[in-house]
Design a protein around this ligand. Structure first.
Ligand code: PDD
Length: 278
């Protein structure tokens, strides 16, 4: 694999980053994951807008202008002959002597790599995934897409240990989101319900696109909090993310959702999402 590190395209074994990089020492960095379908990026402008916001919230300098970042993404697709998969981009505050305050004049570090993998035809899309609910132990600024991913890793490991695919995180019985995706349910009336935007969740790019497509297809949408109890009793459930598009959830905490197979609303929204993204 060819990776990008601070201006250079190099084989991954040759990539170097300082041990004093604040991304490494303090998780002082932000990232974006953009999906690639048929060699083309999905919703790149929206990922750039979210990156801009994450950087602003952390008073971090951008490593390059947006046109240049886009050119680097395209170059990475070309150099890795990526047809279907993900591009990961990480910006950290850069290298500086270890200190809790932000250093002045540090050069931000920019790293990109690609992951080739099927996105359209997946077991999750065919069969749905099973989730458990776990306490949301993350910090209070989940709207900033930082690289501090230990809490969601722990939550996802709890799911793996329990023998299921993923975890939905909850606070006081109310679902926030999945470990790396936004959580949605469908009511008996066919309304898509997903948590409203705040600092409690990441503002998913896929979530926004799917809600737009749903409204265009005359599917009712409610952006509000929902409880674990409501989710377990829902007609359908699904998650959205750049890496999973729309993926049906067929079981929550051992309770089958609907008839325990991918529901029609989730399947339709997935089809629309892929069609619109191609
Ligand atoms: N995760 N919520 C969380 C906590 C996430 O980490 C993600 C994305 C999402 C979905 O956002 P989007 O639709 O913009 O991908 C929601 C990425 C894919 C990851 O960490 O791999």
């Amino acid at each position: 694999r060819i990776v990008y590190v601070n201006g250079d395209y190099v084989p991954e074994a040759e990539a170097k980053i300082s041990v004093f990089d604040r991304g490494f020492l303090m998780a002082d960095g932000v990232y974006e994951v953009t999906s690639v379908l048929a060699g083309r990026m999905i919703d790149f402008a929206a990922h750039m807008a979210r990156l801009r916001r994450s950087l602003a919230e952390l008073e971090m300098d951008a490593p390059a202008g947006e046109a240049e970042l886009e050119a680097i993404h395209r170059e990475m697709i070309a150099r890795n002959a990526l047809e279907e998969g993900m591009i990961y981009m990480q910006v950290t505050r850069g290298a500086a002597d270890r200190d809790f305050t932000y250093p002045e004049g540090a050069e931000p570090s920019l790293v990109l790599f690609t992951q080739a993998r099927p996105l359209r035809d997946t077991a999750g899309a065919r069969n749905g995934i099973r989730v458990i609910t776990v306490p949301d132990i993350r910090w209070a600024r989940r709207d900033i897409k930082t690289v501090q991913l230990l809490a969601p890793s722990m939550c996802k490991m709890a799911a793996k240990t329990a023998g299921v695919d993923d975890a939905w995180m909850q606070e006081d019985g109310v679902v926030t989101e999945g470990t790396s995706n936004n959580a949605c349910i469908v009511t008996a009336e066919g309304t898509v319900v997903t948590r409203d935007l705040s600092s409690d969740i990441l503002h998913g790019i896929t979530r926004a696109a799917v809600l737009r497509f749903a409204r265009e297809a005359q599917v009712k949408v409610e952006e509000r909090a929902f409880t674990v109890e409501e989710a377990r009793a829902a007609a359908e459930a699904f998650v959205t993310s750049a890496s999973s598009f729309v993926t049906p959830v067929v079981e929550i905490d051992g309770t089958a959702i609907g008839d325990g197979t991918p529901g029609p609303v989730a399947r339709r929204l997935r089809d629309i999402y892929i069609e619109e993204s191609l």
